[in-house]
Design a protein around this ligand. Structure first.
Ligand SMILES: CC(C)(COP(=O)(O)OP(=O)(O)OC[C@H]1O[C@@H](n2cnc3c(N)ncnc32)[C@H](O)[C@@H]1OP(=O)(O)O)[C@@H](O)C(=O)NCCC(=O)NCCS
Length: 169
């Protein structure tokens, strides 16, 4: 499946014209504050390569016809292997659209898609002071599991975990 739709959002594969927009979002000081690695120019290529290599990845998110960020699943980089081996569900939006519930809406769709694809467990690595991201994780059903050190930044980060719900019905 190449796209998902929610009440307000289109989640789709990345397009070349997303590259300059995500570069701007990544450079916004409010966005970069709590990320696991300083964003650089390889970011867009990593997103596209992940889809091509694994057949899934973070979704580009469109709101009112405009690309506003991403939500979705990706394997953790080697330096964060201690948080795995489960893939990470991540989310990142343009600050212009924060506070509208869009990150949660996108991440719920990406979470459900991850479980439909058969992933038994997903994680989210969140800076302990990133309260906005923690609230998204809680609304999705993640629980705080443990703390590890991010060796790239030499800071402690929290590992949140969510297991595939049992298909009891
Ligand atoms: C983390 C991030 C994606 C969260 O964005 P956000 O806009 O604050 O999150 P949401 O879109 O889910 O908004 C939630 C808020 O919108 C409000 N809201 C408004 N309408 C809503 C609706 N229809 N449904 C749900 N929430 C709604 C709620 O009050 C909610 O606030 P709450 O968390 O106090 O309950 C954003 O802060 C971000 O991109 N940060 C930088 C990158 C980053 O740190 N990513 C995570 C790394 S771990």
């Amino acid at each position: 499946m190449d796209e998902l739709r929610t009440e307000r959002l289109l989640l789709r594969r990345w397009r070349p014209d997303d590259e300059p927009v995500i570069a701007l979002i990544n450079r916004h000081p409010d966005v970069g504050r709590h990320l696991n690695r300083p964003p650089d120019d390889t970011f867009f290529g990593l997103m596209v390569d992940h889809w091509e290599t694994h057949g899934f990845g973070a979704w580009a998110v469109e709101y009112e016809g405009r690309f506003v960020g991403f939500a979705g699943l990706a394997y953790l980089p080697p330096f964060l292997a201690a948080a795995g081996p489960a893939p990470e569900l991540g989310w990142r939006l343009d600050p212009e659209v924060w506070g509208l519930g869009l990150a949660t809406e996108a991440a719920v769709a990406a979470r459900d898609d991850a479980f439909r694809r058969g992933h038994a467990e997903i994680v989210s690595v969140i800076h302990p002071e990133n309260t906005r991201s923690q609230r998204v994780a809680v609304k999705l059903g993640f629980r705080l599991s443990r703390q590890i050190v991010n060796p790239r930044l030499d800071i402690p980060v929290d590992v949140w975990v969510l297991e595939q719900p049992l298909l009891s019905s």
